[in-house]
Write a protein that binds this ligand. Sequence first.
Ligand code: NAD
Length: 468
Amino acid sequence: MTDTYTKLANSPIGKLITNQVGLPRPTILERWSPGDATIGGRVLLGAAPGGRLAGDVATVIASFGATASTELRDDLRTAAAAAGLDAAVWNAEVPGDARFKALVFDATGITDSTQLRELHAFFHPVVRRTQPCSRVVVLGTAPEDTGSPREATAQRALEGFTRSLGKEIGGGSTVQLVYVAPGAEANLASTLRFLLSARSAYVSGQVVRVGKAAGKVPAVDLHRPLDGKVALVTGASRGIGAAIASVLARDGAHIVGLDIPPLADDLAAVTGALGGSSLTCDITAADAPQTIAAFLKEAHGTVDIVVHNAGITQDRTLARMKPERWDRVLDINLSAEERIDDVLLEEGVLAAGSRIVCVSSIAGIAGNNGQTNYGTSKAGVAGMVQALAPVLAKQRITINAVAPGFIETQMTAAVPIAIREAGRRMNSMSQGGLPVDVAEAIAWLAAPDSGGLNGNVVRVCGQSLLGA
Ligand code: NAD
């Protein structure tokens, strides 16, 4: 479970050797802790002419208490001043030695491919003036929401820009594209809180869609956004599930942890430490959906957040795979989730405004040798999220998924060393992620002010080379 190479490469002697021999030195990633600022430094905000988001973004950044500055347009200055951002910095030339923790560019004004030059104009002078573990966010309009083929073309082009910059920026920095639907400007805060902070340490090269959400966006406490919420987390006794329980509890939620009966003691240790409660059952049991619904109803009436994390692998090449292996993986990883959601919805336990977050995998996106069963189940999870999103939106319920890449857990520690090292290094961060990185992404999607996020599948993979 330890990445000895990254530790060694960052020791004084290791730095000397890696420099001399020219070996890669993975950056020790910054991760968020309670009490930390949302953005740990200066933000540079820019926009292509005609952009519709800079004013809203300035207001959100100001609400984080960050200092933004811009050298760009007068209308941006006005928006920033209105948001109460530091006027002295705002009006001054950005000093040549200033280093930025975040670069945010509103590209919604780009309606023709010839205007993509605005990306170069904004980023070229500042891209080497970022701090380690900095954050880059480009905001655009999803091609399907644009007004013309030319605009759709130019907005689609932003994906290639952000994914390529993610691969070259280095230093533990991340780059994302956020498509914001017209009218969804008020739904941006939770996404910027995640993508501009150290909470998104291992998320890079992603395309996130923020849509309109019915009703007023609730105000949340920046440090306890899940206060008063009840969260069911399956597979909570260890690994990624235990980290999810711990991060959701840190953010204020009451945890109902679920795992199989043989792991009752481990589960009780996790939930006990978080002041939560435990439910032991096998999610594939015929009565599991009813058992879960009854438990939640009796203890809490309804549930606000359901995290479908429980999952298994049973690897074999297809020619050698017994049908039982196929069935078990599909049933735990996919069909059980469908059955549980159906009953929780039918019985009104998943109430209006609740959040479902599923755990997919990059194996479901890129495919993996020996994992036809697992890849099928995890692609199915992504399909379920995308199919249910518009249906559940009518009840103001959202459903999203995270797709982890190589995460340092007992599961990946058991992988043979050559394959393990390849998995660890073949991404823009040259290292594996931690369970907390997956948990932070889930906490973002589960937040009360994340109503504009529905049907997204967000990879937590350090921008793995596998898959798109
Ligand atoms: P893990 O094996 O450590 O934990 C999985 C948990 O799910 C265990 O506590 C297990 O008891 C529970 N579980 C399994 N079957 C169950 C059932 N029938 N009923 C109730 N609980 C059950 O695995 P992990 O690495 O923490 O993985 C968590 C999730 O993340 C899984 O869905 C996995 O597919 C996914 N994932 C993991 C990685 C990784 O690198 N570790 C990568 C991509 C996706």
